[in-house]
Write a protein that binds this ligand. Structure first.
Ligand code: C5P
Length: 299
């Protein structure tokens, strides 16, 4: 008996970042869009908690209890007073440490899979609250689609999306640490007044209409200067995508994956090809969004 859950990656079409809070986190206006790049998390009963991983970046995934999938299983088991005696296997297709919520996806996936395997009958609200304890982006991995995240990004309001958006993602040869990017944001922000983060109305309207040109004009990421400061080559990747005809080019979340919005699948394929031959990135993928959140696909 095993249960498999499929979980999407995300891109932040807006990431507005406020000043550092007393707890070190930052208030955000974080507009998430789930895209069709997926990890699959399978859980099966075992003698003890164990994590394995397969995929191109598998060697970079921690297999101990720091893995968000392991932490999710432990959190649910603890609430039910049971042992987290499961083998968690992650088939990883989302880039690791890429700013696309790959670790968060595995946390949400393992939680949903363990809930089904153990028949805990947890409500959606309880699952979301465990997700929020695991990390700021984990609740969104559970719900998918498009949503505005406020607070540290974990308080979600679902957003309407009027069509499919076509994206190209360029992965860098190495990852970036999210805390390091936020620290660099703080360093660059020193001596400046940081406004309260608010969602952009033109951006929400563009999503609701499914209008790629309007969305391209409205996307923004306040972490982008910090990510580029730590990883200057990202500027070359962004320029290569713009030159190739992308409607918009931005760093995804804390990076270093860069995201390019295209008008349609044909144009996305052209941008992807140009990025592949640009020599400015390691791998290139295309994916459309919105995509559904964590979904049981077997079991
Ligand atoms: O919530 P999560 O564990 O994913 O956050 C990782 C790190 O990113 C935090 O430890 C913090 O340094 C930074 N962060 C932040 N403000 C947020 C979300 C994350 O400063 N809203």
């Amino acid at each position: 008996m095993s249960v498999t859950v499929r979980v999407p990656a995300k891109v932040n079409v807006q990431l507005a970042v406020g000043a550092a809070r007393a707890d070190g986190f930052h208030d955000l206006a974080n507009v998430f869009l789930a895209v069709g790049l997926y990890d699959e998390v399978t859980v099966a009963p075992a003698g003890e908690l164990r994590v394995t991983c397969e995929g191109p970046d598998a060697d970079q995934v921690p297999l101990d209890r720091t893995n968000l999938a392991a932490r999710a299983a432990l959190a649910l088991a603890e609430r039910r007073g049971i042992e987290a005696a499961v083998h968690i296997h992650i088939a990883k297709d989302i880039p690791v440490a890429g700013g696309m919520a790959g670790g968060s996806a595995d946390g949400a996936g393992a939680l949903l899979a363990c809930d089904a395997l153990w028949k805990t009958g947890a409500s959606r609200a309880e699952l979301l609250s465990i997700c929020a304890e695991l990390g700021s982006d984990v609740p969104f991995s559970l719900v998918g689609g498009a949503a505005l995240g406020t607070g540290r990004g974990e308080r979600l309001t679902a957003l309407e999306v009027g069509g499919s958006f076509h994206w190209v993602f360029a992965m860098a040869g190495r990852g970036l640490s999210t805390p390091a990017v936020f620290r660099e944001f703080d360093r660059l922000a020193q001596g400046r007044d940081i406004p309260e983060p608010v969602a952009s109305q033109p951006l929400l309207d563009a999503l609701a209409k499914g209008d790629p040109d309007a969305l391209a004009a409205a996307v923004s990421n306040d972490l982008q200067p910090a990510a580029i400061s730590l990883f200057p080559e990202l500027a070359d990747t962004l320029a290569a995508g713009r030159t190739a005809g992308a409607l918009a080019a931005l760093v995804s979340g804390s990076g270093p994956t860069t995201a390019f919005l295209a008008r349609d699948p044909e144009s996305a394929a052209k941008v992807a090809e140009a990025l592949r031959s640009s020599g400015t990135c390691a791998t290139v993928r295309t994916a459309a969004g919105p995509a559904p959140g964590a979904t049981v696909v077997k079991g």
